[in-house]
Design a protein around this ligand. Structure first.
Ligand SMILES: [Zn+2]
Length: 94
């Protein structure tokens, strides 16, 4: 059986914020791709796609740290600290 990550709200938040940073930056870059078709010799479209994939990987890691230690479902999401599991109400460690 694969090793599951323990619930860790700090790491969950770090990876959630990393996801948002990559996605928001890629969205902003996309707005300017007509004026800025290349960045450092790379196609801007290619860069934004890469950033979205990295963001997605960050989200997957964030979700691994979101598993409730009691019911093993996703305890919740968002950009604020989680106090208790939204699925079973189990109080989560700080
Ligand atoms: Zn739970």
């Amino acid at each position: 059986m694969a090793q599951q990550h323990e619930f860790n709200d700090t790491k969950r938040l770090i990876y959630t914020y990393a996801t948002l940073i990559f996605w928001i930056t890629s969205l902003i870059l996309r707005q300017y791709k007509d004026d800025l078709p290349y960045i450092g010799g790379l196609n801007t479209e290619f860069i934004t796609l890469g950033m979205q994939l990295v963001g997605l990987a960050m989200l997957v890691i964030a979700m691994r740290y979101s598993k409730c230690p009691s019911c093993e479902k996703l305890a919740g999401g968002g950009i604020l600290n989680l106090k208790k599991c939204k699925a079973c109400g189990h109080a989560l460690p700080e």
